[in-house]
Design a protein around this ligand. Structure first.
Ligand code: UT7
Length: 334
């Protein structure tokens, strides 16, 4: 039993799940005033998967989690912690516990973590703290989002960008060396208005002079150009800082694994870091922007395709609403 401080983190398995329904750019152009040419050339997206009304966030998250557990060879009953990074829970009180029940992870404590498109990277660092302190041995980290629930489907500036999905990794304690090599997390709430899904209260008088607010959440609103500028400037910075902390040079990076928001952002960040295009993981074309799911979904596809090999060094970074951004440098595998 591991009861000491000083445990390292291994990333022992990954998995993903996406809805069956696919929506092409051509179909999108029948919904709003857009074209395949505009979407593909400005974003790199060709298709996105969308959840049906009967498909829940919990189902996708649990499927991704199950596949990650199978790859890691760890039983759900041996999990100590489940972290669900999501901005689109089935239940505002949290969905992680439902995932825990679905998986039969009876010994695990489970909670949601909200940091939009940075959620997976923030979650990876959070999970690592529990492992490094010797508190927990086996953690399932899931990034999952069903943003289609919250997109304004009449707004061509946003609706063409997003897709639904889930990705997961199993992180375990090891004495063989710590595979989370370095990280850096950042927030800037003063720029929150550039990308949000805000709650708007409406006055509801109760009795006497007691009035409360009871409203609803807006559809997603975004100033695309500002978020683009933010990403292209801040993401290389945060990766460089995390690499410095990890004592890893850019030449030692095998893969750049960014939040899949826009192919132009991936290209610009790689360019600034002077990383060749062959080292950039991208599944933008098939999935669009799946928010907290995008990094583990792209990781899982690249691992199962045999691209990412055990021991490879991955520079990953998430960025988005909050605004939040962060990088984690890790070595794939046990
Ligand atoms: O996950 C969270 C992080 N999010 C991001 O990283 C998103 C960052 N931003 C972006 O990826 C890009 O800014 C977008 C893809 C959202 C937009 O690309 P852009 O090159 O910045 O386009 P733009 O907003 O400057 O718009 C250019 C033109 C405008 O028309 P006018 O004003 O020049 O006549 C838009 O109205 O393109 C128009 N436009 C569209 N046209 C056809 C905007 N959306 C569409 C569309 N189809 N879907």
């Amino acid at each position: 039993m591991l009861q000491q401080f000083g445990a390292g983190v291994a990333i022992a398995g990954c998995g993903s799940a996406t809805p069956d329904t696919s929506m092409s750019n051509e179909a999108m152009s029948r919904l709003v005033d857009t074209s395949d040419e505009w979407i593909a050339s400005r974003t790199g997206i060709q298709n996105r998967r969308l959840a049906r009304p009967d498909e829940s966030l919990c189902t996708l998250a649990a499927q991704a989690g199950q596949r990650a557990l199978a790859m890691a060879g760890i039983a759900a009953a041996d999990l100590d912690l489940i972290l669900l990074a999501t901005s689109t829970p089935d239940d505002l009180f949290g969905t992680a516990s439902q995932v825990q029940a679905d998986l039969g992870a009876t010994q695990a404590v489970a909670f949601d973590l909200t940091a939009a498109c940075s959620g997976f990277v923030f979650g990876m660092v959070t999970a690592a703290q529990f492992i490094r302190t010797g508190t927990y041995r086996n953690v399932l980290l899931i990034g999952a989002d069903v943003l289609s629930r919250w997109v304004d489907w009449s707004d061509r500036r946003t609706c063409v960008l997003f897709g639904d999905g889930a990705g997961a990794v199993v992180m375990t304690a090891t004495q063989e060396g710590d595979r989370l090599l370095g990280f850096e997390l950042r927030s800037d709430g003063s720029q929150n208005h550039y990308l949000n899904l805000a709650y708007t209260p409406q006055e509801k008088p109760l009795v006497d002079d007691i009035t409360i607010g009871q409203g609803s959440f807006h559809p997603i609103t975004m100033n695309g150009q500002e978020v683009y500028r933010f990403a292209v400037k801040r993401v290389p910075e945060v990766i460089e800082k995390a690499l410095f902390r990890a004592n890893v040079s850019i030449e030692q990076v095998d893969w750049l694994l960014l939040h899949q928001a826009n192919q132009r952002i991936l290209d610009a960040v790689a360019d600034r870091l002077q990383l060749p295009a062959a080292k950039v993981i991208s599944n933008m074309a098939n999935h669009g922007n799946t928010s907290a799911a995008s990094i583990p979904l792209a990781l899982d596809e690249a691992v199962r395709q045999g691209k990412i090999q055990p021991g490879d060094v991955i520079a990953s970074a998430g960025f988005g609403a909050g605004l939040t951004w962060g990088a984690a440098i890790f070595r794939w595998g046990r």
